[in-house]
Write a protein that binds this ligand. Structure first.
Ligand code: AHM
Ligand code: MG
Length: 337
């Protein structure tokens, strides 16, 4: 047999090319107790995001813009894309066989997977299409999700949902913007993956994201200023002359910019929306978890956002989040009060 020549692959070569799937698998390999269930669940979420991303791009062409004519449980007008995105995620999560309870912004009740053969140990809370008011004008929107573990998969019940954000095991969002980006944390930092539509894969483009400790941008719907409480008003007055204002009106996009550039985003409770606008289980908790994992802070003003315990699945809360020094400055206004 002729002697073959071999080219040597150096240690580390190729290691920094991560698709989302490969990265999640590598995390599973580092956790000896892992069963692979979370990996399968995240694959289902990834599939849902790719599906929704493609529909968002085609929306103007295939009659997917506009209202359905119905309102959701929160009395908000439902867009066609909201309904489609909800169906996509619900079906993908059920098909994964790894979910047990599902909570969606679009559904009044939590969903329980009855068939023990289809049921896994995870609870997924999600806003299938966040930023509804921006759908029809083509401005960035997104999907937000939080993942908890059920306490006893033989007996899932309300206590699995009425719990603090400290018990979240993974969270993320996918932004459908000028590029499509998935931001994910499994509780050991935050990583970002950009969808390459030509190959249909999320590729790691933002490893180990850390939010700058202080920024120069404040992001809040100042149209609500007159309804804000005194500390929020005073904080906005304080940053106004020093910072730049940016407000998309899609939480995913405003949080994404805050994560990458630093600064602060807020939707405080006010005299009009006494409990705030953003929903705890599928907007506040996942975003607070990601921001903390990236080294930032999330607060209601007086309480760490992850320490809230909702009473109902659609409960809302005021929220300020972002660079830790900026959020600490905001909190100081609440302490003074
Ligand atoms: P939605 O889930 O119905 O889209 O509502 C949530 C959105 C967030 O994305 C955003 O931060 C906020 O509502 C914007 O509200 P407003 O239009 O009052 O500024
Ligand atoms: Mg939303």
């Amino acid at each position: 047999m002729p002697e073959l020549k071999f080219d040597e692959i150096k240690a580390g070569q190729g290691e920094d090319l991560h698709t989302l799937t490969r990265w999640v698998l590598s995390q599973q390999q580092h956790a000896p107790e892992a069963t692979g269930d979370l990996t399968i669940l995240l694959t289902a979420i990834q599939f849902g995001c790719k599906f929704v991303a493609s529909k968002v791009k085609q929306a103007g062409l295939i009659n997917l813009l506009g209202l359905t004519g119905a309102a959701n449980v929160q009395g908000e007008e439902v867009k066609k894309l909201d309904v489609l995105a909800n169906d996509i995620f619900r079906n993908a999560l059920i098909a994964s066989g790894k979910a047990c309870l599902l909570v969606s912004e679009e559904d009044e009740n939590a969903m329980i997977i009855q068939n023990p053969k289809q049921r896994g140990k995870y609870i997924v809370t999600f806003d299938p299409l966040d930023g509804s008011s921006n759908i029809d004008c083509g401005v960035s929107i997104g999907t937000i999700f939080g993942i908890f573990k059920v306490k006893d998969d033989k007996n899932p019940n309300s206590s699995d949902l009425i719990r603090s954000g400290r018990e979240i095991v993974a969270a993320g969002y996918c932004m459908y913007g000028s590029y499509c980006e998935m931001i994910l944390s499994l509780g050991n930092g935050v990583n970002g993956f950009t969808l390459d539509p030509s190959i249909g894969e999320f590729i790691m483009t933002h490893p180990n994201i850390t939010i700058p400790p202080k920024g120069k941008i404040y992001s809040v719907n100042e149209g609500n200023y007159k309804y804000f409480d005194e500390p929020s008003k005073k904080y906005v007055d304080h940053v106004k002359s020093k910072y730049t204002a940016r407000y998309v009106g899609s939480m995913v996009s405003d949080v994404h910019r805050t994560l990458l550039y630093g600064g602060i985003f807020g939707y405080p409770a006010d005299s009009k929306s006494k409990r705030g606008k953003l929903r705890i289980l599928y907007e506040v908790f996942p975003m607070a978890f990601l921001i903390e994992q990236a080294g930032g802070k999330a607060t209601t003003g007086t309480k760490n956002a992850l320490d809230i315990v909702p009473e109902h699945i659609h409960d809302r809360s005021g929220i300020w989040l972002g660079s830790k020094d900026d959020v600490a400055e905001l909190e100081a206004f609440y302490k003074k009060k």
